[in-house]
Design a protein around this ligand. Structure first.
Ligand SMILES: CC1=C(CCC(=O)O)c2cc3nc(cc4[nH]c(cc5[nH]c(cc1n2)c(C)c5CCC(=O)O)c(CCC(=O)O)c4C)C(CCC(=O)O)=C3C
Ligand SMILES: [Fe+2]
Length: 386
């Protein structure tokens, strides 16, 4: 258990992290913002059209993804997971005596962000703090949320009436990382208990692939994070923290999953299945898959990892374990509440917990953060433009 907000031996809020804190704001409510997913077979195609409108996703890819949802009765697990997260946040807020209602709205399916804003307006709320179910920086995980907040305000005519701020990207917040540390420790221990020595165990940290064009533009325009941009750098930094804590003598890599888009468009690689195929030649017998890019066990986890990647491992004679996502882990829920409070109270950067030298991340995104050149410029909240 992390007690002081920092993993022992990990880097505290580093002087090199961004110095960027906003004034305190008396928020009226929390806006839990998520992706959304279908809740029955009839929703599958309309949902996929919502997600991919204007994106140039090939028809075959849509059919393939529709099949994943169909295999689960047309119901994405993500909605129930968000209902549970909302209830857990409410319970934690009540436990701490904090009077902040939680509203829930999605980018791509019912209940939509615009529904949550309409409810906020009815209840007389004018200052919302958004908590997105997305920890890292990239167009899909940062800017697209901010564009959709702006669009939902425009759709409801509430521009200038309701203010929406967001908590920082929380990839290196202890509440998000601790469940992965625990899961990785347990996964390695379980494989050892099955008789596999540490030298023959490998850890693959899995996250969603994104177009390399998006990856290089992730994070602020004026900071250089290397080839995969802030997106890859943040994942690598968090994976290093996890391995430093519990991975002594065990090898690891960062790998990608759920690639979409036309085959001509480069996306981040290697794919997790390709990486698994290489493991037997390296003498690996046991594999721990850490879904580092994800908050809950939604379809990308249930299908791409639990169905496909575990099958690939089995085909190659590798004993594999997929560790849990943060879900409603107590540390994660309480960390999200801490993120809201640090923002509400304007806690200085130096007092904000962050386990990597990249953070604590910005309250307000810097100019050009997480741009998408393919889709062009769209207005976004909670960032400094242009
Ligand atoms: C970085 C990232 C995250 C992690 C951050 C975060 O969590 O926000 C994420 C999460 C998710 N992605 C999800 C579902 C989908 N993503 C798609 C398409 C895409 N994802 C992309 C990126 C990401 N996606 C990208 C670059 C595309 C190409 C189209 C585009 O440029 O936007 C498509 C269309 C079909 C396809 O192309 O695969 C679907 C159905 C669900 C819901 C799962 C459920 O229902 O349980 C979740 C949580
Ligand atoms: Fe996605």
């Amino acid at each position: 258990m992390i007690t002081n907000g920092l993993v022992p031996g990990a880097t505290p809020a580093a002087a090199s992290g961004p110095e960027h804190v906003e004034e305190p704001v008396a928020y009226d409510a929390i806006l839990l913002a998520s992706f959304g997913g279908p809740e029955g077979q009839d929703d599958v195609i309309p949902f996929l059209r919502n997600v991919t409108r204007g994106r140039g996703i090939p028809e075959e890819r849509l059919e393939e993804v529709a099949h994943h949802y169909r295999a689960f009765g047309g119901v994405s697990p993500i909605n129930d997971q968000n209902r549970e997260l909302k209830a857990a946040l409410e319970a934690e807020l009540a436990r701490r005596g904090i009077d902040l209602p939680v509203l829930w709205g999605n980018r791509n399916w019912d209940p939509y962000l615009r529904d949550a804003l309409a409810e906020a307006h009815e209840r007389g709320f004018t200052k919302l703090i958004a908590v997105g179910t997305s920890a890292y920086s990239s167009y899909s995980s940062c800017r697209q949320y901010r564009e959709d907040y702006a669009m939902a305000l425009a759709e409801t005519g509430l521009e200038g009436v309701i203010q929406i701020d967001k908590v920082r990207q929380f990839f290196d917040h202890p509440g998000f990382v601790e469940p992965f540390i625990e899961g990785t420790r347990d996964g390695i221990a379980e494989l050892e208990a099955r008789g596999i020595p540490r030298a023959r165990i490998h850890v693959l940290f899995a996250t969603h692939s994104v177009p390399t064009d998006d990856a290089v533009r992730s994070g602020p325009r004026d900071r250089d994070f290397g080839a995969g941009g802030a997106y890859a750098a943040q994942h690598l930094a968090v994976a290093e923290v996890v391995m430093r804590e519990v991975g002594e003598g065990v090898g690891w890599d960062l790998v990608y999953q759920s690639r979409s888009g036309p085959p001509t468009q480069p996306w981040l690689e290697p794919d997790i299945n390709d990486a698994i195929e290489e493991l037997p030649a390296k003498g690996i017998e046991g594999l721990v898959i850490v879904p580092l890019g994800f908050i809950s066990d939604h379809m990308e986890v249930k299908w791409d990892l639990d169905t496909e990647a575990l099958e690939t491992a089995g085909e190659h004679g590798i004993d594999a374990i997929r560790v849990p996502t943060p879900g409603v882990h107590a540390a994660f829920v309480s960390g999200l509440v801490d993120l809201v409070l640090e923002r509400r109270d304007g806690i200085p950067t130096a007092d904000r917990p962050a386990l990597t030298e990249l953070g604590p991340w910005y309250d307000v995104c810097r100019p050009g953060c997480c741009e998408n050149v393919r889709l062009g410029f769209k207005p976004a909240l909670a960032g400094l433009e242009p």
